[in-house]
Structures are given as structure tokens and as C-alpha cells.
Design a protein around this ligand. Structure first.
Ligand SMILES: Nc1ncnc2c1ncn2[C@@H]1O[C@H](COP(=O)(O)OS(=O)(=O)O)[C@@H](OP(=O)(O)O)[C@H]1O
Ligand SMILES: Nc1ncnc2c1ncn2[C@@H]1O[C@H](COP(=O)(O)OP(=O)(O)O)[C@@H](O)[C@H]1O
Length: 207
């Protein structure tokens, strides 16, 4: 089993690529678990902030969860800044106990990320309203040995997704035709639609 660990600076495109790749894996019949960084922080350790040590703890705990998923046959997808090389390497060490670890550097210059700024955080950070914001007033260390690099300034979203899937096949992480014969799964978009429909019919009461 494997973990796809998408890392990169804020607004590089980690969540976008992670969810698109997830959809493609699900289409192939691989039920993956997407350990979304915001969800992990909210539900697992809302007490953690953005100091060096808190980020390392966040990354380490997430790697441990991915390892447990892999141990039980579930592919994991992670999207986290993972700004420190020691954490990038530690995640590999933890996960390689049980599965294959694929470090995907979602690469983008700080200028392009500031331009995108989907959450308005770069603007706030440059005004001095956010302490320790990655790339502005806190470090971001590019990985030394990424397994895959996606440059989101030169590759479109679709190109990035194809590049990741191509590399996974090329590097022997995933068979090209895996799951194609027995594909009973639904994409995350379909899952959201079904969930909304069930909720509107009154079958689901809480999120
Ligand atoms: N100070 C500071 N620095 C960086 N990011 C910040 C900060 N404060 C809040 N946020 C938001 O938190 C998201 C990053 O959380 P991560 O868990 O991926 O970060 S880390 O790996 O622990 O460094 C990150 O999300 P992404 O933009 O998706 O990367 C931000 O939306
Ligand atoms: N080639 C690309 N790959 C990924 N995202 C891109 C690309 N070009 C533009 N974007 C946009 O950049 C933004 C990245 O946001 P997001 O995926 O939340 O980044 P992150 O999770 O790294 O903070 C999205 O609005 C996305 O549509």
C-alpha cells in the first residue's frame, strides 16, 4: 500500500491536486483516505499552532495515521505544507514501516502563491497580521529528494494530475489497470452529491 504526501507552500495547489488525484484513484477502484490538513488540525489536535515544534508534531502524527491506514490496506493521501526537511524525512521513515511513501513537491514560487492567495492569508501576513506565516515570516525548506515534482506555474491542474498518475505507474507504485475490472466506487464529487441528496430527504441529520 502507499501514501501520497503532497507538500508545498500555502496556495501551491496541494489540496487541489490531492483531491483530483484521489478522484482518479477512486475511479480506478482504490478506496483512498484523504487526510486533509485542515480537518486533521481541527479534529485531532486543535491545540496545535504554527510554531516549528507544533508543525513537526502535526506532520508526525499525520504520518502515523497514514501508516496505520496503509497497514490495513488503505491508500492514504496527505496534503500538508510540511515545511521542514527533518519532518519530510521523518514522514518517510514512519510510513515506510508499512507502505510506500511518495513525496510529491507541489512547487510554486512565493510570488505566484501570493498572486493566487485563495484564502487571503498572504495579504494578511504581509500586512503583519499573521505570525509565522510560511514563506513570509517563517521558513519553507524545499525537499532534497522528492519522488515527484509538480510545478504548478508551468503545468495546468490537469497536467499535474496526469504527471502524478504517470509517475506512480512509472515508479511501480500503482498498476495502470488497477481496479479497472472491478470498479464499484464513486468519486468524491459523486459522494458529495449522494450525501446532499440523502440529507435533503431527511436521512442524515448531522455532518
Ligand atoms: N502561520 C501559518 N503558516 C502557514 N499556514 C497557515 C498559517 N496559519 C494558518 N495557516 C493555514 O493552515 C494551513 C497549513 O496547515 P498545515 O497543517 O498544512 O501546515 S504544517 O505542515 O503544519 O506547516 C494552510 O493551508 P494551505 O494554504 O492549504 O497550505 C493555511 O491555510
Ligand atoms: N496548476 C495548478 N495546480 C494546482 N492549483 C492551481 C494551478 N493553477 C492554479 N491553481 C489554483 O491555485 C489555488 C491553490 O489552492 P489550494 O489547492 O488550496 O493550495 P494549497 O492546498 O497548496 O494551499 C487553487 O485556487 C487552484 O485552482
Amino acid at each position: 500500500m502507499f501514501t501520497l504526501w503532497f507538500m508545498g507552500r500555502p496556495a501551491a495547489g496541494k489540496s487541489t491536486l490531492a483531491s483530483r488525484v484521489e478522484d482518479r484513484l477512486v475511479e480506478r477502484g482504490l478506496d483512498t483516505e484523504n487526510l486533509d490538513g485542515d480537518e486533521i488540525r481541527k479534529h485531532l489536535h486543535p491545540d496545535l499552532g504554527f510554531s516549528r515544534e507544533d508543525r513537526r508534531t502535526n506532520n508526525r502524527r499525520t504520518a502515523y495515521i497514514a501508516k496505520l491506514l496503509n497497514r490495513n490496506g488503505i491508500p492514504a493521501i496527505v496534503g500538508m505544507i510540511t515545511p521542514f526537511r527533518d519532518s519530510q524525512e521523518q514522514a518517510r521513515d514512519i510510513i515506510e514501516d508499512e507502505g510506500e511513501f511518495v513525496l510529491i513537491h507541489v512547487k510554486c514560487s512565493v510570488e505566484a502563491a501570493e498572486e493566487r492567495d485563495p484564502k487571503g492569508l498572504y495579504e494578511e501576513a504581509t500586512k503583519g497580521n499573521i505570525e509565522k506565516f510560511t514563506g513570509i515570516n517563517h521558513p519553507f525548506q524545499e525537499p532534497l529528494n522528492p519522488d515527484i515534482v509538480v510545478d504548478t506555474e508551468t503545468q495546468s491542474i490537469e497536467d499535474g494530475v496526469e504527471h502524478v498518475l504517470g509517475e506512480l505507474t512509472e515508479q511501480g507504485i500503482m498498476d495502470e489497470d488497477i481496479g479497472s475490472e472491478y470498479n464499484f466506487s464513486i468519486t468524491s464529487k459523486e459522494e458529495r452529491e449522494v450525501t446532499e441528496r440523502l440529507r435533503s430527504l431527511g436521512y442524515l441529520t448531522s455532518r
